[in-house]
Design a protein around this ligand. Structure first.
Ligand SMILES: [Zn+2]
Length: 295
């Protein structure tokens, strides 16, 4: 059998298996959008599989594209029984299962995108460290080699979902969870540091870390001439990644601390002078020179 045929065959099997797990008594496929599967070289990413959306028309219409690393296919098609295999208890079906598990993992990325991202204001529901993705992956009996998965198994959310056997129950839990995250994100969208300085916060689910990651903070330092009076203000835009171990009620305290102590992975400062409604970006020295004149 040709390698591409093998991939298509296993893809079909996985899609049907997952449909039964999630939508057994419904007349709907596991994924509504088209799925394509290809072989590729993922050595640089150090990954077995890759999920992407291609041919994107809008938020709901696109094609799921799954790339399988050539080495995973090689292992299966080049399999020859030897002593080491016997010792390790590995046979051909081990490699077949391994390939099927990669396909299942990538299909779950697609499923969460179709099912939850369409209504979630918080991006990244299907990212590798998203609690939504990892819950669905557990339900679909999929696996992940990302490090965050191990700590997810000790989390409150995993405790809540680990024994759920019906898709409708899991779906209700995850939908409510997303709404709770959204409520918190809405509450924390703008934090006033004092009467003039503000922080705008955006949230996304995390691509890798189990905790709450303060990804970046862009700080604009502004000296403005407002109705003849000179004012100095700070406007910060911060982005946070919600990892799989973070429940909605943990977020506020963590954010307060990270904003107060400036614990961001990446920080940038911008300096602006505003006069007659026009903002001009200046360098730091110019900004402080100007500020000292007006102080
Ligand atoms: Zn993944």
């Amino acid at each position: 059998m040709k390698r591409q045929e093998l991939l298509e065959k296993l893809l079909k099997k996985e899609l049907e298996g997952l449909r039964k797990v999630c939508f057994k008594y419904q007349r709907r496929p596991f994924l509504r959008n088209k799925v394509m599967i290809v072989e590729g070289d993922l050595r640089d990413l150090n990954a077995h599989g890759l999920y992407e959306q291609v041919d994107v028309k809008d938020k709901i219409r696109y094609t799921h594209k799954i790339t399988i690393d050539s080495r995973v296919i090689d292992e299966l098609v080049n399999y020859k029984y030897n002593k080491w295999d016997a010792y390790a208890g590995i046979n051909k079906s081990y490699y077949k299962q391994k390939l099927r598990q990669v396909i299942r993992h990538e299909l779950t990325h697609g499923m969460v995108a179709e099912y939850y991202q369409t209504f979630s204001d918080i991006l990244g529901t299907n990212c590798d460290a998203s609690p939504i993705f990892l819950s669905m992956l557990h339900f679909c009996k999929g696996i992940s080699h990302h490090q965050c998965t191990r700590s997810f198994r000790k989390s409150k959310i995993f405790e809540d979902i680990k024994d759920i056997k019906e898709f409708s129950k899991l779906d209700r839990y995850l939908t409510e969870l997303i709404f709770k995250y959204q409520d918190i994100a809405e509450d924390l969208k703008m934090i006033k540091l004092n009467d003039k300085d503000i922080v705008n916060n955006t949230f996304a689910f995390s691509p890798r870390n189990a905790g709450l990651e303060a990804a970046h903070a862009w700080t604009d330092n502004i000296v403005a001439n407002v109705e003849g009076r000179v004012k100095e203000l700070v406007n910060q835009s911060s982005c946070f990644y919600i990892g799989c171990n973070i429940t909605p009620d943990m977020i506020k305290n963590l954010i307060d601390r990270k904003v107060r102590y400036g614990q961001f992975e990446e920080q940038k400062q911008g300096y602006y002078l505003v006069a007659e409604g026009k903002a001009v970006e200046v360098d730091r020295i110019e900004y402080y020179k100007f500020k000292s004149k007006i102080a």
